[in-house]
Design a protein around this ligand. Sequence first.
Ligand SMILES: [Zn+2]
Length: 287
Amino acid sequence: MSLPASIRIFAVAALSLIITACGSPKKKQHRDSLHVAAGIGPVAAMAERIGGDSVTVECLLPSGANPEEFDPGTKALRQLSRSEIYFSTGTLPFEHRLASGFSGNLPDMLAADLSNGLEMIYGTHGDEPDPHTWMSVRNLAVMAANMTQALCEARPSAATYFRSRLESYNRELAAADSALTSQLAPLAGEAFAVGHPSLSYMARDYSLRQIPLSEGTKENSAKGMRMRIDSIRAAHPRVLFAEPGTENDMAREMAADLGIPMMTIDAMNPDVLTQLKNAAASLAASE
Ligand SMILES: [Zn+2]
């Protein structure tokens, strides 16, 4: 089995959603619309939420691309060249490559790193910080504040509009955080299993333990996986979260082996709050 391939699989399954969020400029393009680029679908959705009809959002990660392995080419640079702001999570390698690629060519573009002020998690993705920062209601609030600051800087005339939309978004985030807190408080200290460690920040927010099915890429032999399963079993995870796609068959088998329910979670779905709420609900519902 090849768990690291799961990202490729879930990226494909997430395509339709990403396209919904950032593929088509569904908003009317106002003459003074602020054109912005977002690295990934969840960030593009946030830009649409805060920017409203004052922004036109493009997503750089193309359909089917693995966000952790994507190598941006000239298309992404073209998208950036027509954008006034580039919103990056600040954690994905392709975003760094783009940032260094355009720094000399697009001096007028504002690069907004949404990770400013976030406390990164280490140890889940080799030596790099865990890139899945957006999979946390609390992180989203920090990222949204960074985004709003950049939007206001680029278009001061619309600052009141952006800030009022941020307030509305913050109210939704606060309500979600409060719901998740009360739902997950009784589970503090408990574990869940994941095919790919995309819920590290959520686990930290609510004092849960995330147990990846595979650690790195070396343990994919049958014997290695058997040993891994035994240690996962010892952690007594309540649920196994797997990315959508063909990995589900394998994950379902493992979940059955562990005697726990399997639930699909899509870390690239632009509707992050629904993903997090569904994850919390399945944890709370598990025995
Ligand atoms: Zn990852």
